[in-house]
Design a protein around this ligand. Sequence first.
Ligand code: NAP
Length: 531
Amino acid sequence: MTLHGKHLIAGRITGDEAEGFRAWDPAEGAPLDPSFCEAGAADVAAAAEAAEAAFAAYAATEPAHRANFLERIASEIEDLGEALVERASRESGLAAGRIRGERGRTAYQLRLFAAAVREGSWVDARIERPVPERTPVPKPDLRRMNVPLGPVAVFGASNFPLAYSVAGGDTASALGAGCPVICKAHPAHPGTSEMVGRAILRAAEAEKMPDGVFSLVHGQGYEVGLGLVRHPLVQAVGFTGSLQGGRALFDAAAARPVPIPVYAEMGSVNPVFILPSALEKGPEALAEKLAGSILLGVGQFCTNPGLAFGVAGEAMETFARALSEHIRRGEPATMLHRGIRDRFCAGTDRLGAAQGVRRVAVAERAADPARTEAGGMLFRTDAQTFLANDMLAEEVFGPSSLVVVARDMAELEEVAHSLKGQLTASIHGDAEEIARHDGLVRALRRVAGRFIFNGFPTGVEVCSAMHHGGPYPATTDVRTGAVGDAALLRFVRPAAWQDFPSSLLPAELRDRNERGVRRLVDGAYSTEDVG
Ligand code: NAP
């Protein structure tokens, strides 16, 4: 496929090459062709207007039709074959095998949402039949279900060029819910974005979806994204990326004359708490596994464990020594792009310069800046220093971690209470010991979206029971996440119909339950018709 570098707006290829920017191959330290257009306000407006024009027809499509569309997108992406793998790998520095795995996850996600949409119960239909004889006032006939919000703006992250990007969980869930999508391509992987965007358009055409159901705009400045979020026709935002980016878009959305929801999935330091019983069992083995999680994918995961806590003692020293050794031996590797590497270097410099913090391990082989490489780093401090300096609890995106040694379990609990919202928290120890430290467990449960027992945070299973989210600053909406079919609920709102004749209701609310969805009828779940 030859890339054209232009925007895809309502099925048309548009854009002015004169304003272009290029992708960058971080491993080669060289620009990649072609030049990509920079969107202006007129492009953003055209995409938003096309999305709005498509909304009514798209929202009215049969669920099975939308499910077919999502499945078709999955197949079109798979059909891109090795060309997609090669481009995504060059633009991100991620190995081909990792990209193939991510492509599988992206297709799986699309099919998961398709299955949920086809089954249909996610619309949460509720019916309360009338009681005309009730006194002093009769009870009306009330029926409620979720309805789509309208055009959704989607922003992907650079570390998942497929699974959290143009056809990632945000796009899949918004399209599944019945909302047109306008995606702002990440400037770190614009070619990958174009390939996937064109796959979505082919699927839209094959399924005869309305023009404007999907648009893709390019841009490497903040203005394009901010313009999208501020556009009055955009009704919600799905974002994956940094705290700074998510917060900027959240604030912009809140400052609109008509504020809109922003579902921003942001960074996290994913604390790992290691209780004495875990250390006694095998500090070296634990250190090896934790080092594997810290270094995995050059630390470029939102679930990277950036903090490890334990209680002072001989076993903790053995653990810290072994962890340092593994970090030293880890091979530096190419990061996603220069900006990410610059931020990693700045973050680790900040940690290294912080009072009371020691840099205890650095990768033996020096990282090669020409290949945008970074190597592992390990820092160490004590609990009181950690408690006194908020900066130590901030995400440093990349292969670095801070070991915090507490005097005793009481201090460990104090530290847990100080933590801000996290995607995950892990606790290592035997069940009896963990049960004895109820305060610590409650503190961690309170801050974390996912609570992990004797495991490590990297690796997010995509399934209905997963929750990938958490209190701020892990996300801007503690109630939701982009992984798993519950993500559909972000792009809908409840609406109720009072005393409408059955024939004028949406199919899910009619007397005859023709879609066979599970409904709450007068307080009991049922798939039966109502009389
Ligand atoms: P990023 O720099 O925030 O970029 C994400 C997108 O937001 C890009 O399109 C970017 O455009 C845009 N953006 C960033 N700042 C903006 C601003 N102030 N105004 C308007 N638009 C803005 O994120 P990244 O570096 O690609 O991704 C790494 C981060 O994502 C890490 O912090 C990681 O933890 C997080 N992440 C979270 C999850 C999760 O599920 N919670 C998953 C993956 C990654 P420009 O590039 O043009 O600025």
